[in-house]
Write a protein that binds this ligand. Structure first.
Ligand code: NAP
Length: 486
């Protein structure tokens, strides 16, 4: 949905951002205006200056009103000044508008020498943008042990995986690789792997395979040209997309888009690089290529190709090159480089071709918060996490005694995921954070009151800070075992 102004132009919210942001965004706006594309801008603010005005979110209400209207944002990087608010305004913007798909293309560029030049790198990392450790749910469970929840939903996986396949189709790409750590995190990372396997069957024209994320990093450095589209969870995607940017010349050339079903935000991967702010020396290509992605999102395919071709011509000819490619001595200023791109509008590079693009069909995923409705669920036990300075054996015997007379029994205790009680020979350096796993006694049917009874008994003697119910869902255990647990 695009907002069209009275003069028939498409309205875009533009956020200049902090540090080098205004220079980069200004370059992109000037180039778009030079193409004559029917775009009108509504300038709004977020980031440092807004934090300093006293708004802890870093996003002004009139910025949110503008985005709610235009649904499309071109933004410069935003800084999070120390001492003003604790959440990044970038992450806030991505999350406020459920922009669940972060697209980060990495394509070899002419005139930008790298150790990979000539190998034809042309890949796209599609990173889930909302969930995972970035849900930001953190707690100090004991004064010395912190926890961050890794939340992955079936709905989130379906959205990002379907998006990745639709994106591959729109760009005429041939493969979608899922990169996960499912070998270790079978339920969270494993969910993305399973959904990828299922959804891939609906796209027989696209090759699909799975790679463990650490091997993906290794393969990206060793043979990056083998990749087309990589779909992955938030944290993995954060890391491998920066790695991918480095393969094609660094942050000055790495564009990105954050796409949701309602709002899309286009920005460079890089930050506000404050030391270069206002010096007219930075490379604006990443924001310019982000603006190209924005034009395609708005259906302005012709203007997008015009700009992408002009960037390629400029780099291929190398008459005016940014500082991060040719160094201080031979660099063109940001303005000179931008002027050169504008001069090259209408030309095509000699040896490079711009892809043919089609609109991306955004996947339709239910608005219903419940996506999985099992036939059966059964409460099988509970993990009670306790803080204790006691030695393992003493703690184990105490907890075992406390469970006697309840409908549950202690199955084992683990310390940071490794079973330590009953002892099985593990040599661990334990901390004061123990997971005590209780299962229902043979033949007993348990409910919440039995769990509460157990917590009360354990809590009378030990400090507990967290519990997790153990549920069987359609006969399958909804929990994983500790290392060493049978
Ligand atoms: P950064 O701003 O990306 O800068 C790191 C380095 O990357 C720069 O010193 C420079 O390297 C190079 N670089 C970045 N952009 C460039 C460009 N356009 N042209 C040429 N070189 C470029 O990362 P940071 O210093 O870690 O972060 C600074 C601030 O930005 C922080 O407040 C951070 O929170 C914020 N940030 C915002 C976003 C966002 O808005 N999406 C993303 C990341 C960071 P050399 O020093 O080698 O020249």
């Amino acid at each position: 949905m695009v907002f069209t102004t009275a003069s028939g132009k498409k309205l875009v919210t533009v956020i200049p951002g902090d540090g080098i942001g205004p220079e980069c965004v200004n370059a992109a706006v000037r180039i778009i205006e030079a193409t004559g594309a029917p775009i009108e801008w509504e300038e709004r603010h977020a980031g440092e200056r807004v934090f300093k005005e006293g708004l802890a979110s870093g996003v002004r209400p009139d910025t949110m009103e503008s985005i709610a209207k235009t649904r499309v944002v071109l933004k410069g990087p935003l800084g999070t000044p120390v001492g003003y608010g604790e959440k990044s305004a970038n992450v806030t913007l991505r999350k406020l508008y459920e922009t669940y798909a972060n697209i980060r293309p990495a394509r070899e560029l002419p005139g930008v020498p790298t150790p990979y030049s000539g190998r034809g790198i042309d890949l796209v990392v599609i990173r889930e943008n909302i969930e995972d450790l970035y849900a930001g749910i953190e707690h100090m469970q004991t004064p010395g042990v912190a926890q961050c929840l890794k939340l992955i939903s079936r709905k989130g996986c379906e959205k990002i995986v379907r998006f990745a396949f639709e994106f591959a189709r729109a760009e005429g790409r041939s493969s979608v690789v899922a990169a996960t750590k499912s070998n270790i995190m079978k339920m969270t990372e494993g969910m993305l792997k399973r959904v990828h396997e299922e959804v891939a069957k609906e796209y027989p024209d696209i090759e699909a395979w799975h790679l463990i994320i650490d091997n993906t990093a290794h393969q990206l450095v060793k043979k990056p040209e083998q990749f087309d589209v990589i779909v992955t969870t938030n944290m993995n995607g954060d890391i491998i997309s920066d790695l991918s940017s480095a393969l094609i010349g660094g942050l000055g050339f790495a564009p990105s888009a954050n796409i949701g079903n309602d709002v899309a935000i286009f920005e460079a991967v890089h930050g506000s690089a404050p030391k270069y702010a206002g010096k007219n020396v930075i490379n604006p290509t990443a924001v310019i290529l982000s603006a190209v992605m924005m034009l395609r999102h708005l259906g302005e395919f012709e203007a997008a190709a015009l700009i992408e071709n002009a960037v390629l011509v400029t780099l291929e000819e190398g008459k005016k090159m940014p500082r991060d490619v040719v160094g201080d001595e031979r660099m063109a200023t940001t303005t000179e480089y931008t002027d050169e791109i504008i001069r090259n509008l209408g030309r095509k590079p000699a040896n490079w071709k711009v892809r043919d693009y089609k609109p991306i069909k955004l996947p339709e995923v239910t608005k219903d918060p419940v996506m999985v409705r099992p036939q059966q669920r059964r409460l099988a036990g509970v993990d009670i996490f306790v803080e204790s300075p006691l030695p393992t054996e003493e703690l184990g015997r105490s907890i075992e005694d406390l469970a006697r007379g309840t409908k549950l029994h202690l199955k084992m205790i683990s310390n940071r995921g490794t079973k330590v009680y009953p002892a099985m020979g593990a040599i661990t350096d334990s901390v004061d954070h123990w997971r005590c796993r209780f299962l229902a006694n043979e033949g007993a049917s348990i409910g919440d009151s039995d769990v509460l009874d157990l917590i009360t008994k354990v809590g009378a003697k030990h400090r507990w800070m967290h519990i997790e119910k153990l549920e069987e869902i359609d006969g399958e255990p909804g929990w994983t075992k500790a290392q060493g647990e049978d």
